[in-house]
Design a binder for this molecule. Sequence first.
Ligand SMILES: Nc1ncnc2c1ncn2[C@@H]1O[C@H](COP(=O)(O)OP(=O)(O)OP(=O)(O)O)[C@@H](O)[C@H]1O
Ligand SMILES: [Mg+2]
Length: 240
Amino acid sequence: MPAVNKLGREGYDGKGVRILRKEQDLPLAFDAPGLLEELIDFKKEIAVIAVRNVHGEITTYPAVEMVFHPEANLVEYLFSPAEISREVALEADLAARKITEELSLVGTLAVEMFVTKDDKVLVNEAAPRPHNSGHQTIEANCTSQYEQHLRAILDLPLGDTSSIQPSAMINLLGSEGHAGLARYEGLEKVLNIHGVHVHLYGKKLTRPFRKMGHVTILDPDVDSLKKKAKFVKDNLTVTT
Ligand SMILES: Nc1ncnc2c1ncn2[C@@H]1O[C@H](COP(=O)(O)OP(=O)(O)OP(=O)(O)O)[C@@H](O)[C@H]1O
Ligand SMILES: [Mg+2]
């Protein structure tokens, strides 16, 4: 210890991931077959989405930076592009391309990585599908991850993945202490802000930390973008 225990099956959205720091944490894990990993003391979490077509052509999206909710183990904020050096960005991009290529994957692969304090890039997990860390590509990139996925599997030319503007993405999670019919508070306030795009998933029932939607925010100025993201986070809530 410290270690991380991950369920072998049915883990998603941080469910099934247990951080074990001390002996008292041990009962939290090992009730089903899983994987035990070293706890990485990372500086940042980033992700690169790669899309490969049948001919082996690969495109990648600029690396994004994820900021996790400390309790729920879920992405709370995502920023695109990630604030990382050119070298780290290049290494992350190469890692995503290499994994996609070696899997001969056709379609989308989202590769989540840790950047350590000494700027090493470690791959944490890879998901073979359009991914949470690419939601912002709908508004913020020339071709969204969804369009790119379809282009890849339908054997069409791949599109331009460049970002149009710096963006932030916020997962809209069910508030703690609320379970039942979902009610959205603060929609008008956030929709009044320039560059804010709200996506609700139409789920009838909310429960604590359930993913109910996401919001993408675009702004050419990174400081203003962060302020808007904080405002959305504080003002748009899902309750009952
Ligand atoms: N070895 C590790 N060291 C440090 N933190 C870790 C480690 N493994 C996982 N974590 C933390 O837990 C989070 C969730 O883990 P992981 O991405 O492996 O699981 P997941 O359930 O598939 O999550 P999701 O579906 O939301 O991506 C990571 O993003 C990271 O913050
Ligand atoms: Mg993950």
